[in-house]
Design a protein around this ligand. Structure first.
Ligand code: SAH
Length: 376
């Protein structure tokens, strides 16, 4: 990649937040021609941004003043704006972010007793039109850049004061106070934005920065089959697959991408191509829809489908939204379904809906950009 810092695009400052280390190095070489020194500068800037939450070059005190001034002229470290923040009575926080082009995305912080998860978006909207998912009804769609993906994480660190908490409490910090896990389960299909998602994951996993281990990052996909193996090989993070049905007929209705890659292709690729590491499992998400996919027969079929594949099945009670055609299965039905799966020795937790009162639960995200556009 060759970026000319004198080019007209540089009259607008370049956002370096969320760039890969290699990209940052190429930029830095314009200022420090000696590769060793450039690399040292990258490490310094990296540490300020990702270990200390610093975003002003003036505060990067171990970099000499002249260089700081030059960097400040051409670069910026900028975040998406928090346009709205809603706190649920269960502690879940939903952020509505406004991006530079005024697109809106949502990010959800989910504190629990033993961990805290940040659910981030990979696209504005989603093209997949899963019939039970609210995000799919949003028309505006575009990929997020790595900057915008990482921007969500850093903005939440800032908002919750996590830099200070991490510093003050070190390893003693309570789980609910820091982010322990990142899941790409917000708006969008991460595997349709592969390169930017990969870049963002590499920033998240860098051991001299945010330092999330690959096991604490989960990519959730509706089933973009060729990209699952690629993501597993190249990024190495955990994979969750939104299964939701055990027969093509039902899955075509619920997750239309099934018409492109059907259940057989999906499952055989997971069994044959994806080489799981020690004790690693694929997580399957299964939304419980009353009368659609929730019989004991479905559960037995699910067990047969996953036979031989190290798996875990997350049962998600359907989260309702105005205008949706589905109903949540009853609690008894969900438990009976779970019991069938557990008998086959697959872990099968029932996911507790979080942040329902603020529409922050799975599949309820849909930024208000359309409504607002219409109003304007
Ligand atoms: N596109 C990706 C990630 C986004 S959705 C994917 O499909 O996996 C994250 C999870 O929430 C998916 O399993 C999705 O199917 C599920 N989901 C969507 N709408 C839901 C709803 N209304 N109730 C419960 N879960 C839902």
């Amino acid at each position: 990649m060759q970026i000319k810092l004198t080019s007209p695009t540089y009259s607008r400052k370049h956002n370096i937040l969320g760039l890969g280390k290699h990209e940052l190095l190429l930029l830095m070489l314009e200022f420090e021609t000696q590769p060793k020194r450039a690399s040292m500068r990258v490490n310094q800037v990296w540490s300020w941004i990702y270990c200390h939450g610093i975003r002003s070059f003036d505060n990067m005190t171990n970099i000499d003043k002249n260089l700081r001034a030059k960097l400040k002229n051409v670069f910026k470290i900028s975040l998406p704006n928090i346009e709205k923040k809603e706190v649920s009575n269960d502690g879940t926080i939903k952020y509505l972010f406004c991006l530079e082009d005024q697109s809106k995305i949502e990010t959800v912080f989910i504190p629990e007793k033993t961990r805290s998860t940040l659910c981030i978006s990979s696209q504005v909207g989603c093209t997949l039109s899963c019939s039970f998912c609210h995000t799919g009804t949003q028309k505006l769609v575009r990929n997020l850049s790595s900057q915008e993906i990482i921007g969500q994480v850093i903005a939440v660190y800032d908002d919750l004061d996590l830099w200070e908490k991490i510093k003050a409490e070190g390893s003693r910090s309570s789980f609910f106070k820091v982010i322990t896990n990142i899941v790409f389960m917000g708006m969008g299909e991460p595997l349709l934005n592969y390169e930017e998602v990969k870049k963002a994951c590499n920033v998240l996993m860098d051991s001299k920065g945010l330092d999330f281990s690959r096991r604490r990052i989960t990519l959730s996909t509706a089933g973009v089959v060729p990209k699952i193996k690629k993501a597993h090989d190249e990024i190495g993070c955990m994979i969750a697959v939104s299964l939701h049905a055990t027969e093509d007929k039902t899955r075509n209705d619920l997750v239309p991408i099934n018409k492109k890659w059907n259940l057989k292709q999906l499952i055989s690729s997971l069994k044959d191509d994806v080489k799981l590491r020690n004790s690693e499992r694929i997580t399957f998400e299964y939304v419980m829809l009353d009368g659609v996919n929730d019989t004991n027969e479905d559960a037995h079929r699910l067990v047969r489908l996953l036979k031989g594949l190290p798996s875990k099945v997350n049962l998600i009670p359907f989260n309702s939204w105005t205008g949706s055609q589905y109903k949540r299965s009853s609690t008894d039905r969900i438990k009976a379904f779970r019991d069938v799966i557990i008998k086959s020795r697959l872990p099968s937790p029932i996911r507790k809906p979080r942040g329902e009162d603020i529409m922050a639960a799975c599949g309820q995200l849909k930024s208000s950009s359309i409504k607002e556009k219409a109003r304007i």
